[in-house]
Design a protein around this ligand. Sequence first.
Ligand SMILES: Cc1cc2nc3c(=O)[nH]c(=O)nc-3n(C[C@H](O)[C@H](O)[C@H](O)COP(=O)(O)O)c2cc1C
Length: 222
Amino acid sequence: MDKETLDIIIKCGQRAPTSNNLQAYTIIYVKDNNKKEKLAQISGGQKWVVEAPVVLLFCADLNRIKRYSNSENKDIFGTSELYTVAIIDTALAAQKSLIAAQSLGLGGVVVGGIRNDMEKVHSMFNLPDLVAPLFLLCLGYPDHDPGLKPRLSKDVIFKVDIYDTSREDELIEEYNKTMEEYYKERSNGKVQSNWSEKCKQALSKQPRQKVDDFLRSAGFFK
Ligand SMILES: Cc1cc2nc3c(=O)[nH]c(=O)nc-3n(C[C@H](O)[C@H](O)[C@H](O)COP(=O)(O)O)c2cc1C
């Protein structure tokens, strides 16, 4: 990817909405192949981290505003509210970058697997306190069109005036059937699963306990 394209992607990312213009994130362009290899390992062997021509590390960053705000309200650092602000700012910047990349013909994958070992990623990139490596955005030119993964019916996630679940059972059942077909087709019949089962699988894993420890040691929580 040429420098100009990457510049456009990052500058579009910067146009994302940001709470109080705090811009509480930092993006690190990972060029070093050794670092890419290590990130792929930490993520549980996700080979696209090594293969993608551009790998961007998105970090929630409260360090910069602590240094430059001259805020006397030191207690604000270490609160859930400020942590949430940084997470949202970072996620919106990443999504805006991804949309920009897609509009230029690129494809991308978000890799949260690096949170398997945030401490290691933190030291690999010399990150200071109050900077948390959240996920990678791996970008490249797709060699085929993978198609769209079906999503929940709009009527499940979009509600008017009130949290109405009256049609959910029916709509989720339909979606489970759609996803069953999708997995079957994508795996040549090998994967027999659906959305509810995949959610169950995902939620039966042990949460990454070390994320909590890391966030405390990096000053995000007291
Ligand atoms: C925070 C976050 C973390 C993710 N982590 C991974 C990951 O580690 N590996 C992966 O293959 N996909 C991961 N994904 C999902 C992909 O980015 C992508 O959404 C998925 O491959 C499905 O593609 P689709 O969004 O086009 O349906 C993650 C998504 C999010 C939002």
